[in-house]
Design a protein around this ligand. Structure first.
Ligand SMILES: [Zn+2]
Length: 914
């Protein structure tokens, strides 16, 4: 029997059940590298497996809820697979369900799902994963996590950080915005409350009593003693000391159990309910400053996730034959993303060596994805009939514009065309003439250069001329043949001209232009042809500044942007002061921001230069160079000292028909210990914000909940966008924002963190967080002493932030049929009508009614995952096709015909029938 009180109704002293869950928490890489921690993991499992095999009293072990540790171990101890399989099969060792324990705010919703799918798949080899949403150390929890866990068939979550003071029980109902509810077991003292296991029964019982007294009525049901902590080795006396403790007294009834066994015995009666995300620092540090510590890692993460989720997967699924679905290569890219999603990896609260490894994995995933996307696009282009009035000669077809997103859209694209003059309506960026002199000089310079032209594959001929214009040697390339033939080499070697020479080359003329492409269907394509250009598209116009503070104005008929030449900010319409940069000190660490006691805020540049770089008709660009003097560094926790001159270059870009201004700010950062934010006055004062989070949007107020060990900083992460008071900011990479300038309960500005630079992995006690959050290691990487570019877009008024995020971050793709990897590739450019079976414009898939999260192939068939980011039900149609709705494990839920209804905030996965 389980009781929570000290006595029962008969006045007898009651027995309290204690559940001991032996475990370790394995940060795969953190204050040491992966390989260094792996050596310790090998030590641990080398000890644990034989210990459990010979000592039945060491009855259970929880392998931290993640399968990566199993793969990492078996990679160097393959012979241990069988013994491990036996221990898992008998229920003594619990593995999974995650592949790694991810951070929930700094990765996409899709990455969270794939992480669990991968963990479950690997666990199948061992007889299955622990059926518990184990979230022991994540730095807060996203609102949709209950829906994700329920989607995998789990009934229990286990959480620590982020739980607010309002939760006054060690169990609560946790509800996602769609209503999915899961029972959460709350670890009030974390996953290491029982890490100390004295080899002395009396001391052990005293420790259990102490834990019970400390948390009192908060603890409901069996007392949970999590016997393990970060990288802790198993304590071999566990079985014996538990038996001795049971023999010593009868108030506590101790059992060594698995986490599922504990959860089967917990109470479900009288529990409080919590709706949505968990981001309070009430009883444990949330460590909210990880959202802004290494913006280079945030950008790499977002870029890699986009390359895989938004380009490689949908393009390969829709445009390659089913049998060419690149499952293994995508699996490698996903492995990189999932390894990086581990909380200490993507949170960049790790040593520089670990951040380097994280960046490298993101680069690898991106390269794989980019290559797969290119191949899928080339395959599509080879099947599309050339657009009418194709540019160039004869059978050479024009570029193909592909929309990789579900929303139909037009827009400005960059094209390279094999013609001499820009077609009407386009905007010329660059031109390459058919013939030009590329070098003049002494023979010993010019002759070797001519020989090297062999390798310039676009060059079809050259001639060497005397200064007077007399042709001395000439050569032509036939087709893909050689340019500098042996005869030509002999002629070049024998050239006895004493004077200066001129090298003239011939190559196909080429222009690079911007063109407006009219509506391309969702997941569709449209061949571009000269003559399509920009009918009815209002040009972007630039009016030069009038001197003084008023800089140039850009207008496209929808948005008018005016640059303030005095402070470098800009106005959208008559809403001025946007993008003002404010630099302040940060003597915190990778986990938390902390201003110096006496800070210097720099919020005005010393001087500003504004230059118009492009004047339309399709794209206008203005370069704003603002010069500042920022303090050089912080001295302890007190103040900032020194001074470093900086030039911050911001490019403002307005395109035809765009509703948002695109902004790119480049900083060659030479200051340390500081935070740079862009401020945006709100069109209307706001009581809260809406930010993108995994599978939806979260609404937040102006305050955060702190606790005794962490100040309540209302700095929040947003996946791709944040909205407040009529302002929308879309950003590349998870960004930290804060609503500031609060008067009478309303915020008047939004601040977006562009850089946050600190020098310690974890700092000594500091005002915003009195206790360290990790080892005190001095590091260079988080100071970000390098050139960084932050990209974002700003819009005012009523905009669909998902559409704006797609427009800015997942651009229309252009397939240039004539471009192979080494220049023109006639084999790809020339094709006959017989090869082409697709019309000049079309769509491979139409999805309406919800936001598309993934398009993949499973078992040959197309699978589409969508979510509904609204408060009302959505009717979702997928090409009017039929198929099955499946859960996140792929198990069928029910058939659908043509369309299905998706509950508010719901996630749905549709497996389409062929
Ligand atoms: Zn951890």
């Amino acid at each position: 029997m389980t009781t929570t009180g000290a006595t029962d109704s008969a006045g007898q002293r009651a027995t309290r059940t204690v559940h001991i869950v032996p475990h370790t928490h394995w940060d795969r890489e953190w204050y040491q590298s992966f390989q260094t921690f792996r050596l310790r993991l090998v030590d641990l499992l080398d000890q644990l497996i034989p210990q459990m095999e010979r000592d039945p009293a060491y009855a259970r072990f929880l392998l931290d809820g993640q399968l990566a540790v199993v793969d990492d171990y078996l990679a160097v101890r393959p012979e241990a697979e069988e013994p491990l399989r036996r221990l898992v099969g008998s229920g003594r060792v619990s593995i999974g369900p995650w592949y790694t324990l991810p951070d929930e705010f700094l990765v996409s919703g899709e990455t969270l799902v794939r992480n669990l799918q991968r963990g479950l798949r690997v666990a199948d080899r061992f007889g299955g994963a622990m059926s518990v949403g184990y979230l022991p150390d994540m730095f807060g929890h996203v609102a949709q996590m209950p829906q994700i866990l329920v989607g995998f068939g789990f009934e229990h979550a286990v959480v620590w950080r982020g739980v607010p003071a309002a939760i006054d029980r060690s169990g609560f109902w946790w509800r996602a915005p769609d209503g999915s509810t899961i029972r959460a077991e709350y670890l009030p003292q974390g996953y290491g409350n029982g890490s100390a296991l004295p080899d002395d029964a009396k001391a052990f019982v005293a420790a259990l009593d102490g834990f019970g007294r400390q948390w009192g009525d908060l603890l409901v049901g069996p007392l949970l003693w999590m016997n393990g902590t970060d990288h802790q080795m198993p304590q071999p006396w566990l079985g014996r000391v538990v038996a001795e403790a049971n023999a010593l007294q009868d108030r506590l009834d101790l059992h060594i159990v698995s986490l599922p066994e504990h959860l089967a015995a917990v109470t479900t009666e009288g529990l409080p309910t919590w709706n949505g995300e968990l981001r309070a620092g009430a009883r444990a540090n949330l460590l909210m400053g990880v959202a802004s510590n290494r913006v280079d890692v945030r950008q790499a993460a977002a870029g890699a996730e986009r390359a895989v989720e938004r380009l490689a997967e949908p393009l390969a699924a829709l445009f390659l034959p089913a049998e060419r679905w690149p499952a293994a290569l995508l699996g490698e890219a996903w492995r990189d993303l999932i390894l990086n999603s581990a909380h200490d990896s993507v949170c960049a609260c790790s040593i520089d060596e670990v951040c380097d490894a994280v960046l490298y994995r993101y680069a690898e995933a991106t390269d794989i994805a980019d290559g797969l996307a290119d191949r899928a696009l080339a395959h599509l282009a080879a099947r599309v009939r050339p657009a009418r009035a194709a540019v160039g000669a004869g059978h050479l077809s024009g570029p193909l514009v592909v929309n990789p997103t579900a929303r139909p859209r037009g827009g400005v694209v960059r094209l390279t065309l094999p013609i001499a003059d820009a077609p009407p309506g386009t905007q010329l960026l660059r031109s390459r003439p058919a013939e030009s002199v590329v070098l003049e000089g002494a023979p010993e310079q010019v002759v070797p250069a001519a020989e090297e032209l062999e390798w310039a594959r676009t060059i079809t001929g050259f001639s060497l001329e005397s200064a007077g214009g007399e042709e001395l040697v000439s050569a032509r390339r036939e087709g893909t043949g050689s340019l500098v033939s042996p005869d030509t080499r002999v002629a070049l070697a024998g050239l006895a001209h004493p004077g200066p020479l001129r090298l003239r080359v011939r190559q196909p003329a080429q222009v690079t232009v911007l063109a407006y492409v009219n509506e391309v269907a969702g997941f569709g394509w449209r061949g571009w042809a000269a003559g399509d250009a920009a009918a009815g598209v209002e040009a972007v116009a630039v009016a030069d500044g009038e001197g003084g503070d008023r800089g140039p104005t850009l207008a496209n008929g929808i948005v008018t942007v005016t640059v303030d030449a005095a402070d470098g900010s800009y106005a959208l319409g008559d809403h001025a002061g946007l993008g003002r940069l404010v630099d302040g000190g940060d003597c915190g660490d990778t986990y938390n921001w902390c201003p110096p006691a006496r800070d210097i805020l720099v919020d005005r540049p010393d001087s500003v230069d504004v230059t118009v770089v492009e004047r339309g008709p399709l794209r206008a660009r203005v370069r704003v160079a603002a010069r500042y003097h920022w303090p050089a560094r912080a001295e302890g926790l007190e103040a900032r000292t020194g001074e470093v001159a900086h030039e911050v270059v911001t490019q403002l870009e307005l395109r035809a028909r765009d509703r948002a201004l695109r902004v790119e700010t480049t900083i060659d950062n030479r200051s340390r210990d500081h935070r740079l934010r862009a401020h945006f006055p709100l069109p209307t004062p706001a009581g809260g914000s809406r930010a993108e989070t995994a599978f939806g949007v979260v609404e937040r107020g102006l305050e955060a909940e702190g606790g005794p060990t962490e100040a309540p900083l209302p700095t929040y992460p947003a996946l791709r966008f944040v909205q407040a008071g009529g302002l929308t900011v879309v950003h590349d990479g998870v960004a930290e924002y804060e609503l500031v300038d609060i008067q009478r309960g309303r915020a008047h500005e939004l601040a977006l963190t562009l850089l946050r630079c600190t020098g310690m992995l974890s700092q000594v006690p500091m005002p915003t967080r009195p206790l360290p959050a990790g080892p005190l290691i001095r590091m260079e990487g988080p100071q970000l002493q390098k050139r960084l570019t932050r990209r974002y877009a700003v819009a005012i008024g009523d905009v669909d932030p998902f559409a704006l995020a797609d427009e800015m971050l997942v651009p229309l793709q252009v397939v240039q049929p004539a471009d192979g990897p080494n220049g023109p590739d006639p084999a790809r450019a020339v094709r006959t009508v017989a090869d082409t079976d697709l019309p000049g414009a079309g769509s491979a898939l139409t999805v309406q009614g919800a936001v598309v999260s993934a398009v993949t192939r499973e078992g040959g068939g197309l699978t589409v995952r969508v979510f509904n980011p609204r408060d009302e039900p959505a009717e979702v149609s997928i090409d009017r096709r039929h198929g099955w709705l499946v859960d996140l494990r792929g198990r069928p839920l029910g058939p659908f015909e043509g369309s299905f209804t998706l509950r508010p905030w719901g996630i749905a996965t549709a497996a389409l029938a062929d």
